[in-house]
Ligand binder design. Structure first.
Ligand code: PHE
Length: 332
């Protein structure tokens, strides 16, 4: 029986050390140490032993059992450690490996201009407003004090649609829509609205361009407020530049001004570039929206997004802004 036990132990330990999965170890445990396992089978013969021999064989059986148990435990630990090591090796990150290049986009230069100017006015307490691109004659012209069939309308080269509607020629239409639905005081910025004119495309004109409209109406607004705010806006966006205010004419403002900024493209003679129109809101416009011109006054301005962007970045052809050419856009 002692020989049987020794044999059992050798067999079990060899099998355990050769096992390579936790399931296998469990199977071996059942096979050798389970209730119906091999050790029990051997011990079943104890009854036939002489009484003197029993303690000796009993002690030996215990030793065998302990040996097998500890071999099982060791092999379990070994396999578990191996599994963790393998997982660590598999999931190791080589932090010295060069990164993968992820091309990163950014906002279009015109959108950057729009966002900066809009943020500036929001910072001054202005609210954001918007309006439709397809307009009626009323909002685009009539309520803005354009006399019917007055040649002033020609200066806008309007694109007409069927049923007398038109594509807005400026964002000033939003002034009317906003004042119609809000009581004074009013302070709004219309960020980067697209406008449409029958202009031919050249280096500084496009039939389709963008304006930022500003409107403030309150009871003590003066031309000095307008001038101060426009100078600040330009300085905020472009830094200090040679700038001039020029008297101008718009039916919806009186007095009216235009602002030019000195513009030098490489290799070309410098010249003044007009970037915005502005003025004090005409009393007739205030009347149209039900405001009392004796009680409130206001200023309004329309800024050319394309031209400001050209000045900001020294871009000398407006058409470049519409190309969606990545090599061009990546520069800004
Ligand atoms: N709407 C004018 C234009 O497009 C600009 C402007 C806006 C002028 C507001 C005065 C006041 O030319």
């Amino acid at each position: 029986m002692q020989a049987q036990l020794t044999h059992l132990q050798t067999q079990a330990l060899t099998a355990i050390n050769a096992s390579d999965s936790l399931e296998q170890i469990e199977q071996l445990r059942v096979r050798y140490l389970g209730k119906k396992g091999e050790l029990s089978a051997v011990l079943g013969g104890m009854g036939k032993l002489a009484a003197a021999e029993r303690p000796l064989v009993g002690a030996m059986a215990n030793t065998v059992k302990e040996q097998i148990e500890s071999a099982l435990q060791q092999q379990r630990t070994h396999l578990e450690t191996q599994a963790i090591q393998a997982q660590l090796a598999r999931e190791a990150v080589d932090v010295t490996m060069p990164g993968r290049f992820v091309p990163q986009g950014h906002r279009h230069p015109m959108q950057q201009t729009i966002d900066r100017v809009t943020d500036f006015f929001i910072g001054l307490g202005f609210s954001q407003a918007d309006g439709p691109h397809v307009e009626t004659d009323y909002y685009n012209f009539e309520a803005l004090n354009f006399p019917p069939d007055h040649p002033a309308q020609d200066m806008h080269d309007t694109l007409y649609l069927a049923d007398k509607r038109l594509l807005r020629t400026h964002t000033s239409s939003v002034q009317i829509r906003y004042m119609e639905t809000h009581d004074p005081p009013v302070r709004i910025v219309v960020p980067g609205g697209r406008v449409y004119r029958k202009d031919a495309l050249d280096a500084t004109h496009s039939p389709n361009f963008h304006q930022i409209e500003i409107l403030a109406v309150d009871d003590r607004i003066t031309l000095a407020d307008l001038k101060g705010i426009l100078v600040l806006t330009i300085e905020e966006l472009l830094g200090k530049r040679p700038m001039r205010f020029r008297p101008s004419y718009f039916p919806f403002t009186e007095p009216s001004v235009e602002v030019d900024i000195w513009w030098e493209a490489p290799g070309k003679p410098g010249r003044w570039m007009e970037v915005l129109g502005a003025g004090m809101v005409h009393p007739n416009v205030l009347k149209h929206v039900g405001y009392d011109p004796e009680q409130v006054q206001g200023f309004a301005a329309g800024l050319g997004v394309e031209r400001l962007t050209m000045l900001l970045y020294g871009i000398d052809d407006i058409r470049l802004l519409y190309t969606s050419e990545k090599r061009f856009l990546a520069q800004f």
